[in-house]
Design a protein around this ligand. Structure first.
Ligand code: R5P
Length: 313
């Protein structure tokens, strides 16, 4: 007999969770989440969960730390309610960029988050387009790194309409994103046989949000370029790649970025930039002030729902 599936949402991205629940024709589980004036968070699950498979959808974007606390406390509450299996869906996995000791003396924060998730009792974790896939290897519970890149590729394709593939270049925003560029391009062109252009950058590890564009490897002259990356925060990496492409003669520049983890000035910088369209997903809930005319958002809800469809049939 299949256990009952129950979906719960933290406060970080309730519209996405509602969307998933709608696709699965399930109600969102009842809970009460309170943030006290001293910034402490309290999570209470207010419906029976005994013997169920409980799925918690909670993205860990800004405010990252309280979003994480909700995620941890949800698991504890569900465990105390005797849920049989507890699954965490973390569409955007905060701290993923702190996955190694970039400099001596640093904490490896991503490692700490993984240990916490396991210690509180999550039985399984799903994320989207984790910054470094290798981080998945440090989970000792089942872990799945879903990707929204083919979804973005199909949206960009619709947007561009009929266009000769020789007039398009897929560009990885930095050397660390080559695999992402490959996944996007394979979905976009329908083949793995395409030249991937790479923008090379150097991050200044002593200054936050600062990097320098070094070089562009590949041909973009006269082409429509699609710059692919996992995350935009300040917009620095993307705009450096844009500048390199412009200098090399690109005629139209589009961005396809999974997670819009915007800093305050990023939306304005992107709107004012030479980018003609900025494609992103709803792994992070954007406030109205973070939306700008060039932004096109596509939902990952169907991809999440698909993962649980079988459990409710
Ligand atoms: C870094 O390697 C990531 O893939 C992104 O390129 C980077 O974190 C984006 O941050 P920002 O927009 O601040 O440059």
């Amino acid at each position: 007999m299949k256990e009952k599936l129950k979906l719960f949402s933290g406060t970080s991205n309730e519209p996405l969770a509602r969307n998933v629940a709608g696709i699965l024709h399930l109600p969102l589980g009842k809970s009460e989440i309170i943030q006290f004036d001293n910034s402490e968070v309290r999570v209470r699950v207010t419906e029976p969960v005994k013997d169920s498979v409980a799925v918690v959808i909670q993205t860990t974007s800004n405010p990252t730390n309280s979003s994480l606390m909700e995620l941890f406390f949800f698991c504890d509450a569900l465990k105390r309610g005797e849920a049989k299996r507890i699954v965490g869906v973390i569409p955007y996995f905060g701290y993923a960029r702190q996955n190694i000791q970039h400099r001596e003396g640093e904490a490896v924060s991503a490692h700490v988050i993984v240990r916490f998730l396991e210690a509180v009792g999550y039985d399984e974790i799903y994320v989207f387009d984790l910054h470094d896939e290798a981080t998945g290897g440090i989970f000792s519970v089942p872990f799945k790194n879903l990707t929204a890149l083919p979804l973005l590729a199909s949206e960009v394709k619709k947007h561009l309409g009929k266009i000769n593939r020789r007039d398009i270049a897929v560009v990885s925003a930095d050397q660390g994103g080559v695999e992402r560029g490959r996944i996007f391009g394979s979905a976009f062109f329908g083949t793995e046989d395409f030249p991937l252009v790479v923008a090379e950058k150097k991050r200044d590890l002593n200054t936050k949000h600062r990097s320098t564009a070094l070089d562009l490897h590949g041909e973009v002259e006269g082409k429509t370029v699609i710059i692919v990356d996992d995350i935009v925060t300040s917009g620095g990496t993307l705009l450096d790649a844009v500048a390199l492409c412009e200098k090399a003669g690109a005629k139209n520049i589009i961005a396809a970025i999974v997670h819009s983890d915007f800093s305050v000035k990023a939306p304005g910088r992107l709107q004012e930039s030479p980018i003609s369209a900025f494609f992103t997903t709803d792994t992070i809930r954007l406030a109205r002030r973070q939306r700008f005319p060039k932004l096109r958002e596509v939902s990952v809800a169907p991809l999440i729902a698909q993962e649980f469809q079988e459990s409710i049939q």
